[in-house]
Design a protein around this ligand. Structure first.
Ligand SMILES: [Fe+2]
Ligand SMILES: [Fe+2]
Length: 138
């Protein structure tokens, strides 16, 4: 895998200043790092599958948290943001199909996709709701 280790470490610049969101982002990144390490150390497919399931559950919970707040706060960028989340989920489904029963291949593709998506989405998309969330007391 060609992913540099540094990409998995949490950086102050990732902090949005909204506790419930920052905590979810941190856990998502840390769990992705755990999957990366598991793949590197050659664990069995079952363990890889467990970590994949955990990441996808965290991802679903996180998107739901953000989207619940969008509706609660009448966030003007709701539609656009939900589209980014949907595109992410669609891409994951496509990757899984492409990998067939090769769970380790899917795991490594997920690690690569998530880490790169994470930074881009956080800085380019999540950052846009910060002001709105702050205005509503978060
Ligand atoms: Fe988001
Ligand atoms: Fe997010």
């Amino acid at each position: 895998m060609d992913t540099p280790a540094d990409i998995f470490s949490w950086k102050p610049e990732y902090e949005l200043g909204i506790t419930e969101i920052d905590e979810q982002h941190k856990v998502l990144l840390a769990t992705t790092a755990t999957l990366h390490e598991a793949l590197e150390s050659g664990v069995d497919g079952e363990e890889v599958q467990t970590l994949i399931d955990k990441i996808l559950a965290l991802k679903a919970e996180h998107f739901a948290t953000e989207e619940r707040r969008f509706h609660e706060f009448n966030f003007e960028g709701t539609e656009e943001h939900e589209k980014f989340h949907q595109d992410f989920s669609n891409h994951v489904v496509k990757m899984r199909e492409e990998c067939g029963s090769d769970v380790k291949l899917f795991g490594s593709k997920l690690v690569n996709f998530l880490t790169h998506w994470f930074v881009g989405h956080l800085k380019g998309v999540d950052s846009k709701y910060v002001q709105c969330f702050h205005e509503h007391g978060l």
